[in-house]
Design a protein around this ligand. Sequence first.
Ligand code: TPP
Ligand code: MG
Length: 364
Amino acid sequence: MDAAKDAGQAASDTSRAGAKRSAGAKSGGAAETHAPAPNAPQFTRDEDLHAYHEMLLIRRFEEKAGQLYGMGLIGGFCHLYIGQEAVVIGMQMASVEGDQVITGYRDHGHMLACGMDPKGVMAELTGRRGGYSRGKGGSMHMFSREKQFFGGHGIVGAQVSLGTGLAFADAYRKNGNVSLTYMGDGAANQGQVYESFNMAQLWKLPVVYVIENNRYAMGTSVARASAQTDFSKRGISFGIPGEQVDGMDVRTVREAATRAIEHARSGQGPYILEMQTYRYRGHSMSDPAKYRTKDEVSKMREEHDPIEMVRKRLIEMHGVAEAELKATDARVRETVNESAEFATHDPEPDPAELWTDILLEARA
Ligand SMILES: Cc1ncc(C[n+]2csc(CCOP(=O)(O)OP(=O)(O)O)c2C)c(N)n1
Ligand SMILES: [Mg+2]
């Protein structure tokens, strides 16, 4: 991938602060997450600039998607990733080309992080021909074999068995790739997750299970829905190692991801990373948000925003001028505006396309 990514891998074997191993980890209630990592590993200037750009692209893209939805230009469901950007960017900074990504329906950030074209993603949201699924899939159903992104899945937990299958294929083909299989805290209570854990450990499959614990599954808090709220322990009965990670700090994410991916790639089997994160927006665009206080949300935004943390570091530690960061923001906004422009002017699919892409003819 790019230079910053390579640099990121080289600099990854620093301290292990910020990640709590499951063996010694306290049972994590929602309230005790997000203490800033005391000795977080440091990023170089280039790594921080890279992380800043990548997270900002997701943030601005999602803000624009929210606007287009409000204008009635996006139909169906739309789940925004705002607040969780450090998770997917930190993971991608530790992965290499060929590693696969699969996730649920809160997926636009993962697509952008994999390098998919913002125009194609936005045009899929608005249901246009130039969208990744030719305008017929929408927010939850986009894929890119070229970028090794395998969706986009609306059935909670369904992607976990598929991601395990990707890892099975990697092991079978001995291609050295790792499957990065994401799920939410709610999905982590699904039965098929544990069938997948069992097979993955039994066959030592190269898969990293990333549990994005944003504290809620729709309107239900982790504490109300989960008997074991420390998700890093969910693999214990199978002997799968796990860690709780500050998922708001891209540095701790990248560090834990490096360790987990190395474990999986070297043939030692699956690894679980519980990313303690937070979503700022509602579950989907139609969420009355009565299950949490406004104070809770603003406290997270003000004290733990993943992008603001990097911005501050760039200015205070790396001596980057504010003007340079503003210029980055302007470039990102331009990219996003171009994608929105395309997504609102590209034609809709021809009605005859209703009958195409439904069944795949088997190859002889
Ligand atoms: C099998 C199944 N059950 C229920 C639903 C309805 N549903 C959609 S999203 C969701 C909550 C999942 O929350 P979580 O896994 O924490 O992911 P998050 O939305 O927080 O990213 C539920 C119950 C579904 N889509 N599929
Ligand atoms: Mg959740």
